[in-house]
Design a protein around this ligand. Structure first.
Ligand code: UDH
Length: 304
């Protein structure tokens, strides 16, 4: 039944020593390519060995606070050639082994929007957060991760460190340079306390663009956190090339929506606290473990 398929608060290794940097088996730079046929989800699971709920846990140490990570991926594949599905296969094929070497307790959540409405990346990410903590209330670190960005160096740690973090700092498509100063898109991470404090993402950005810039402002202007960017020598990503998805046209409202942050009176009213986690409504259509991740198919209740 959707919503209560897991009860996964792990106690298995409670007496083992905490995972420290010395437990991490760094390889450094990774060889990433997308010119082979990716492994299937079943093959990835067979190689990497999650439990039956899609959870990965370190074998020899206990993950300390802030190392219980839900990686949340906004998703929809409306292509005949299953292009986004292929991206997901490449991503999981590479990232699961990296996160295992980083000795994290982690689970991937793929939040899959049903057809018929404009894509809403931010609302999907809010759903992922809610579903992840419903399954495992001890999850304390959340990585919001586009499906087409693959890490090129495993020294970029995915555990939380008390700061909101921006990960996709150096992407090949942007010649490994940050495209603009206030960027907070692609891959970002917040711990549970911070994500709740900013009221998650806005639910109101339908179509492409703006939701990440709104999130930047929630974090920096709304709640006065300081965003840290991961070091560009490690936070290097390859973006898998693709065309714009149908169903994800540019949102023509995105600029005025982001520009709400220019109005002092609105900020004084703390308008972001009326739109986000606390106003989130959705219907889970299906929720199941697909070998190496949790797949949540969701109706975001578009009614504009
Ligand atoms: N996404 C999907 N399906 C969709 C739309 C988006 O899975 O139909 C997800 C996916 O995780 C993607 C993320 O949402 O990585 C962000 O989507 P995006 O289209 O905003 O960003 P992306 O960087 O592409 O993938 C930007 C437009 C690319 C146009 C390229 C023209 N050369």
């Amino acid at each position: 039944m959707p919503g209560d398929v897991f009860n996964t608060t792990s106690t298995a290794l409670e007496s083992a020593e905490f995972c420290l940097d010395e437990h991490i088996e760094y390889q450094g730079k990774l060889n990433i390519s997308f010119n082979h046929l990716p492994l299937s989800f079943e093959e990835i699971a067979k190689r990497e060995g999650p439990d039956e709920t899609g959870l990965f846990e370190p074998k020899t140490c206990t993950p300390p606070k802030n190392s219980r990570v839900a990686i949340i991926i906004p998703f929809r594949d409306e292509t005949k050639a299953l292009i986004r599905t292929r991206h997901l296969q490449y991503l999981l094929e590479h990232m699961i082994s990296v996160l295992k070497r980083q000795q994290l307790h982690f689970r991937f959540y793929i939040i899959n929007q049903i057809s018929g409405s404009p894509f809403n990346r931010a609302k999907l990410l809010n759903v992922g957060y809610k579903e992840a903590i419903k399954d495992d209330p001890t999850m304390d670190c959340f990585v919001f991760h586009d499906v087409d960005l693959v890490l090129e160096d495993d020294r970029c740690l995915y555990s939380c460190d008390g700061n909101p973090n921006h990960y996709s700092v150096a992407i090949d498509k942007f010649r490994y340079r940050i495209p603009y100063k206030k960027i907070f898109g692609g891959i970002v991470q917040l711990d549970r306390k911070m994500f709740k404090a900013v009221n998650g993402f806005s639910n109101e950005f339908w179509g492409w663009g703006g939701e990440d810039d709104d999130m930047y402002r929630r974090v920096v202007m709304g709640e006065n956190f300081k965003i840290h960017r991961k070091p560009p020598e490690f936070a290097r990503y390859k973006m898998i090339e693709h065309k714009r998805d149908s169903g994800n046209r540019k949102n023509l409202e995105r600029r005025p929506m982001v520009n709400r942050w220019n109005f002092k009176a609105l900020i004084e009213k703390r308008f972001w606290q009326l739109d986000g986690l606390n106003s989130l409504e959705y219907n889970v259509v299906a929720k199941e473990v697909n070998h190496c991740f949790v797949n949540v198919t969701v109706d975001l209740l578009y009614d504009i």
